[in-house]
Write a protein that binds this ligand. Structure first.
Ligand code: DSN
Length: 414
């Protein structure tokens, strides 16, 4: 960053601070990851200067010979990764991708059956504080006593409510979804199927969990979580929805796509097509399972009966008498970053809930495996149990930094 350093020391200093934080900190936020330096270079490329409203071959402005190349590459690589019939790589992120998808097939007032937020769903799946909830009528399904989605209740609800869309997907649910059941229930009531795979896209691309794309009409995702690409969104769909999705993206919601971001998506998808990404995705699953087992050994209550993906949801309040907010803060102090999270039907509020969500995609990118995950579980437990002991907290922080330095990232950035 030599030009930045010379020209704008304030921004340079902040960027270097963030770099150090990422290098020396243990990133356990389930939705975060470290992109490759090639992805960073594409993001910082001159594509950021270009307006390219429209789609490859059908743009509104001239000078598109290279934007068409990168956007087509991103589309073709995504099609290959997910076996999708149609792909739109222009959505700026996950929340806009979901709004674009709803608007493509729904009318104001239409009913959508989506997952309850405290049971692992997502804000953009119709939480009352969002615009989508003001436009569409969301009704919610939940998990059952065994921690898994209660598909029987979901079916009964679908029959009663007759939604225009059944929406699958989550940001904190940890079990494998039964794609066929969603498809069967939707067929029974004549609903469109949509799934938001933002969290699990990389696991699907790497073949570590089953691919929902054949079973759903519309599939939205972000590209920056397990998929390890730049911050952005994407929509895949069956051919019959292609026109509606493209029109809803542009000109419906967005103007000029961010082609630097699309170039970086193409690079990330190229990486995900390599055999090494399969190994990465498989290791994420192994690491999350070990984390679940180790955390249980340390006396933590794991929600949903365990994990089949990249994260666990832990009820720290009933396990250790510490709230999610307090746990997040104490772990921040030792350099372990995660987020407080509601547990199903949480008796506490969203700003200070009972749980924390812990994900392993970022530490797995660093190369951490089973042995390090055991250490991570021990350090989390140590920090929470010794939260009043300032000396012990300082020692844990040192251990965290030492472990992170053994698995360096971004060695060439300065
Ligand atoms: N903020 C992302 C997450 O943490 O799940 C998605 O909204």
């Amino acid at each position: 960053m030599k030009n930045l350093k010379k020209q704008d020391s304030a921004v340079y200093k902040a960027a270097m601070g963030e770099l150090k934080r990422q290098q020396e900190g243990m990133e356990l936020i389930a939705s975060e990851n470290y992109v490759s330096e090639a992805v960073l270079e594409a993001l910082g490329s001159v594509f950021t200067n270009k307006y390219s409203e429209g789609y490859p071959g059908k743009r509104y402005y001239g000078g598109q010979e290279y934007t068409d190349v990168v956007e087509t590459l991103a589309i073709e690589r995504a099609k290959k990764l997910f076996g999708a019939e149609h792909v739109n790589v222009q959505p700026l992120s996950g929340a806009p991708a979901n709004m674009i998808a709803y608007a493509a097939v729904l009318n104001p007032g239409d009913k959508v059956l989506g997952m309850d937020l405290s049971h692992g769903g997502h804000l953009t799946h119709g939480h009352p504080v969002t615009l989508s909830a003001k436009i569409y009528d969301f009704v919610r399904y939940k998990t059952g006593k065994d921690g898994k989605i209660d598909y029987k209740a979901l079916e009964e609800m679908a029959i009663k409510e007759k939604p225009k869309m059944i929406l699958a997907g989550f940001s904190a649910y940890t079990r494998q979804l039964d794609y066929k059941k969603f498809q069967k229930i939707a067929k029974k009531v004549g609903a469109i199927t949509m799934i938001d795979i933002a969290h699990i896209a990389g696991l699907i691309a790497g073949g570590a969990i089953p691919n929902p794309v054949p079973y759903f009409d519309i599939v939205t995702t972000t590209t920056h979580k397990t998929l390890r690409g730049p911050r952005g969104g994407m929509i895949m769909c069956k051919q019959e929805f292609a026109k509606a999705i493209d029109k809803s993206t542009f000109p419906g919601f967005q103007g000029g796509p961010h082609e630097n971001n699309i170039a970086a998506k193409a690079v990330a998808f190229g990486e995900a097509l390599k055999p090494s990404f399969k190994k990465y995705a498989a290791q994420i699953i192994k690491n999350a399972k070990i984390l679940e087992i180790e955390m249980m050994k340390h006396g933590f209550k794991i929600m949903f009966g365990g994990t089949d993906n990249h994260m666990i949801l832990v009820d720290v309040f009933s396990s250790k008498g510490v709230t999610g907010k307090e746990a997040e803060k104490i772990l921040d102090e030792v350099g372990m970053t995660l987020n407080k999270n509601m547990i199903p039907d949480d008796p506490r509020g969203p700003m200070d809930p009972s749980g924390v969500r812990i994900g392993v995609p970022a530490v797995t990118t660093r190369g951490m495996k089973e042995k390090e995950i055991r250490t991570i579980a021990r350090l989390i437990n140590d920090a929470i149990e010794n939260r009043e002991d300032k000396k012990r907290i300082r020692e844990i922080k040192k251990e965290v930094v030492t472990l992170c330095k053994k698995f360096p990232i971004y060695k060439n950035i300065k």
